[in-house]
Ligand binder design. Structure first.
Ligand code: 5GP
Length: 203
């Protein structure tokens, strides 16, 4: 069993997932954010190696053939995937690894790491709010925005597969909820090594 824990967050882009994660990472040092690889175009304001590793379709397909991904999925007509190696290293060193992945990726990771996973689905109050945020962000064409909204509606069918559901309508309130979820992970019995606990309790 690995030492670290996994926190999976899913939900439409524009729901404020990154804001919550970035704030948590400023406050907590023991977190490793899994930087995915993607074939989608880099957006204004994003940085290669920070938001994603931006790679070509051929490079991505090579990664699939070489078993480099813990999971991968086609989302909004682009490939997205999580590299195995850095994730396993971070887990081995006892870190909490955060994945921002879609529902398909979550289902794969859940099968591989049953005991180490806590999951939260984050979204906006409604689809009007999501559309407003995506339009104001001005990083996607109207056609892409509509595709993202349709995808978001489809993903909501899977909310019950997640441990927690967070509507990000008020940043302060949502952050308190998000942090509480993160804190609660440390107390899950599924993640402890029972032998170690009893051993150290006796001695
Ligand atoms: P965006 O293009 O807005 O950054 O992300 C689009 C969607 O892809 C989001 O729902 C995000 O959670 C998902 N995503 C990002 N990285 C990965 C990944 O490595 N694997 C999977 N399955 N989904 C990802």
């Amino acid at each position: 069993m690995t030492k670290g824990q996994i926190l999976v967050i899913s939900g439409p882009s524009g729901s404020g997932k990154s804001t919550l994660v970035n704030r948590l990472m400023q406050e907590e040092s023991d977190i490793y954010f899994s930087i995915s690889s993607t074939t989608r175009a880099i957006r204004d304001g994003e940085k290669d190696g920070v938001n994603y590793h931006y790679i070509s379709v051929d490079e991505f397909k090579d990664g699939i053939l070489n078993d480099e991904f813990l999971e991968w999925a086609m989302v909004h007509k682009n490939y997205y995937g999580t590299s195995i190696k850095p994730v396993l290293e971070a887990l081995e060193s006892g870190k909490t690894v955060i994945f921002d992945i879609d529902v398909q990726g979550f289902n794969i990771v859940k099968d591989k790491f049953k005991d180490e996973i806590t999951s939260v689905f984050i979204t906006t109050t409604n689809c009007v709010e999501l559309r407003n945020r995506l339009v104001n962000r001005a990083t996607d064409e109207p056609k892409v925005i509509e595709r993202r909204i349709m995808n978001a509606i489809g993903e909501m069918e899977h909310i019950k597969a997640y441990d927690y559901f967070l509507i990000n309508d008020d940043l302060e309130k949502s952050y308190r909820g998000f942090k509480a979820i993160y804190e609660s992970m440390k107390f899950k019995t599924a993640s402890i090594n029972l032998r170690d606990v009893i051993e150290s309790w006796i001695n």
